[in-house]
Design a protein around this ligand. Structure first.
Ligand SMILES: Nc1ncnc2c1ncn2[C@@H]1O[C@H](COP(=O)(O)OP(=O)(O)O)[C@@H](O)[C@H]1O
Ligand SMILES: O=c1ccn([C@@H]2O[C@H](COP(=O)(O)OP(=O)(O)O)[C@@H](O)[C@H]2O)c(=O)[nH]1
Length: 238
């Protein structure tokens, strides 16, 4: 049997992915399916760290936050990611997948604080580590948190599971004729302003030479195919 292409990955799950076809919150079937896919790659012996988004509950830049102080709205967004982290951990527990939640904001009674060494230790033990509260700073996104934690965990790649099945020449939502890239460089992604990941995250990954694979969360088995090094989604690399 072929071996996985990576030993340690950082998986970025968008909050919106957890909504499934609902318009808000967490869809049970969807979270169970995602967890089953994560379990598959853990069972292959791959160490998995997860950064979870919060867009399904609250986004600092969303209309709901209009008129609010941006930093306050962003703290609300970060707390939303902690809720998702707990939901994800609970769903993992139900399938006997052992995980730990670490939060970038201290909420001691709810989750342990982010401690790099401890997180690495958990990964070495085969536990999934779920990072909540993004970077802990307003004005950032969970994509940037994924890049940052990916580097801190010495992950070999950041896997961005999102609504689209890769990076396109233009936003496929508004340009149905846009074409998908199989691979592209960081500089191309940044220069062409291909908004599938924010520029801060892209620049961080470029500078540290941490590749990113963008793939669809809705495509059955896509995570495993990416982990096995098969052609899936778009690879952004130096
Ligand atoms: N060049 C592009 N290629 C792919 N998707 C793009 C591009 N430009 C904009 N998008 C949009 O980016 C969205 C995914 O990015 P984002 O909203 O950051 O996702 P997430 O919520 O998963 O972090 C897609 O829904 C897509 O419509
Ligand atoms: O380091 C971070 C990460 C997230 N957020 C806030 O949390 C919200 C939810 O994160 P994001 O939009 O990245 O979630 P996703 O798009 O993955 O669902 C963001 O809009 C921000 O308001 C933040 O302020 N700092």
């Amino acid at each position: 049997m072929a071996a996985p292409a990576y030993k340690r990955i950082l998986l970025k799950l968008s909050g919106e992915a957890l909504m499934g076809n609902d318009s808000y919150g967490i869809n049970r079937e969807t979270i169970e399916r995602i967890v089953a896919e994560v379990k598959e790659v853990v069972d292959l012996g791959v160490q998995v760290a997860v950064v979870i988004g919060g867009g399904n509950i609250f986004r600092g830049v969303a209309p709901a936050a209009a008129g609010m102080d941006r930093a306050t709205a962003d703290y609300m967004g970060m707390m939303a990611t902690v809720m998702n982290a707990l939901a994800l951990q609970d769903a993992m527990r139900r399938v006997d997948l052992v995980s730990r939640v670490q939060s970038a904001l201290t909420i001691e009674q709810v989750a342990e604080p982010y401690i790099r060494g401890k997180a690495i230790r958990y990964l070495e033990e085969g536990k999934v580590v779920i990072f909540g509260a993004g970077t802990g700073n307003p004005f950032f996104t969970t994509d940037t948190a994924a890049a940052l934690r990916g580097m801190e965990m010495n992950a070999e790649i950041v896997l961005k599971a999102t609504k689209v099945d890769g990076v396109y020449t233009d936003d496929p939502k508004t340009h149905p004729d846009a074409m998908r890239y199989k691979s592209l460089t960081f500089d191309e992604a940044i220069m062409r302003n291909l908004k599938v990941m924010d520029a801060t995250a892209l620049t961080l990954c470029r500078d540290q030479k941490l590749p990113i694979n963008v793939f669809s969360i809705f495509k059955q088995g896509a995570l495993k195919r990416v982990v096995m090094g098969e052609d899936e989604g778009t690879l952004v690399s130096p």
